[in-house]
Design a protein around this ligand. Structure first.
Ligand code: PMV
Length: 345
């Protein structure tokens, strides 16, 4: 389990690395301030990470300033988003107004890969803030990760789950923050995720708009009923190691998320023709070989191919032989289940 390294105590630099996560049961639709309409479960990844470095100095004029650099370049758009996030959390933690911040952030995955970085970036940023609060005795060490998760959630709901190793849930124990799922069967303990990049274009619809489309959605009641039912089944499956039911649940969830967007008003088709082609290939490869692998998607066209480590060689051959022509420039990311955030201060 993670320990909190106190080495930043005498320094004004805090650095945290956090990974992205892929939801198995999807959060889609929110209520009041960044609370989910249904609970969700995700796998924390390992390789797709954001590192955020926060340099803090005492603010003499009581006018907090934030300078934000993404991949060494000043980024005003992100700075504005972060500014809004600070405003939201400073009501609860006024201490944060007493500092100026130089925040530098970088991703391991290419910016233009079409992969959402909000989960890893919000998680690493809010871990830095939680460290600052801890250092000032505003929060206690035993609440550190839950506070970081709650603050992350306020910036991006799915980010709340990136604070924990392995599998995380958000909305079962609390809607305010996510927690780690214990008792994972060994069949899922080394799960891998080949992230197949079909398109690196910017998303055509933001998740903020996607969530809001659920408010008057004609299928919202069945969607939330299904999500809750699948979540309970998935929790059992994660304990009993049943890959076959895992596959059914995970693929149904991904397709239902996309179905919701297709029949919302306005309607959005988030997959590309090559996403569907890959889904067909995955299903026929599974039928032909009997191997345990399945797909899931975020709210975009890229496919996450989930499989146990023991079949990695066959999966890589399958990607190279069959899937490669449907990828953008043959690009995919070789990721796997991760151990949670790391303090690099
Ligand atoms: O965290 P947001 O507001 O970007 O929403 C993310 C929603 C999905 O990625 C589609 C699903 C999920 O649970 O991560």
């Amino acid at each position: 389990m993670m320990t909190i390294d106190q080495s930043y105590n005498n320094s004004n630099i805090i650095i945290w690395k956090a990974a992205s996560n892929i939801a198995l049961v999807k959060y889609w639709g929110k209520k009041s301030f960044q609370l989910p309409m249904n609970p969700s479960i995700s796998i924390t990844l390992d390789q797709s990470t954001t590192t955020t470095k926060m340099e803090i100095s005492k603010n003499k004029h009581l006018e907090r300033e934030i300078d934000f650099y993404f991949e060494n370049t000043k980024n005003e758009l992100f700075a504005k988003k972060i500014e809004n996030h600070f405003k939201n959390i400073e009501q609860e933690f006024p201490l944060l107004k007493e500092y100026n911040y130089k925040i530098s952030s970088s991703n391991t995955f290419p910016h233009s890969s079409g992969l959402a970085s909000s989960a890893s970036s919000m998680a690493s940023l809010n871990l830095c803030l939680a460290s600052l609060l801890l250092k000032n005795n505003i929060i206690e060490e035993n609440n550190f990760y839950l506070t970081a998760s709650r603050l992350s959630r306020m910036g991006s709901g799915s980010a709340s789950r990136s604070l924990f190793p392995s599998f995380a849930e958000w909305g079962i124990e609390s809607e305010d923050y996510a927690t780690n799922i214990a008792n994972i069967h060994k069949n899922f303990s080394d799960i891998c995720d080949a992230i197949l990049i079909v398109s690196s274009e910017e998303k055509t619809v933001s998740s903020r708009i996607g969530h809001s489309l659920m408010e008057d959605h004609p299928f919202k009641d069945s969607r939330y009923k299904n999500a809750k039912k699948r979540l309970l089944n998935l929790l059992k499956v994660l304990e009993n190691g049943d890959w076959s039911t895992f596959i059914d649940i995970v693929e149904a969830e991904a397709l239902e998320l996309h179905a919701m967007m297709m029949c919302s008003s306005p309607s959005f088709i988030l997959m590309k023709p090559n996403s569907l082609k890959i889904i067909e290939l995955v299903r026929s490869f599974r039928a032909d070989t009997g191997l345990n692998l399945c797909f899931t998607l975020d709210a975009g066209p890229n496919i996450h191919l989930l499989y146990p480590l023991e079949i990695k060689e066959q999966v890589i051959k399958f990607i190279n032989d069959s899937i490669d022509p449907f990828l953008e420039d043959g690009f995919w990311i070789d990721d796997n289940i991760g151990q949670g955030p790391v303090n690099l201060s």
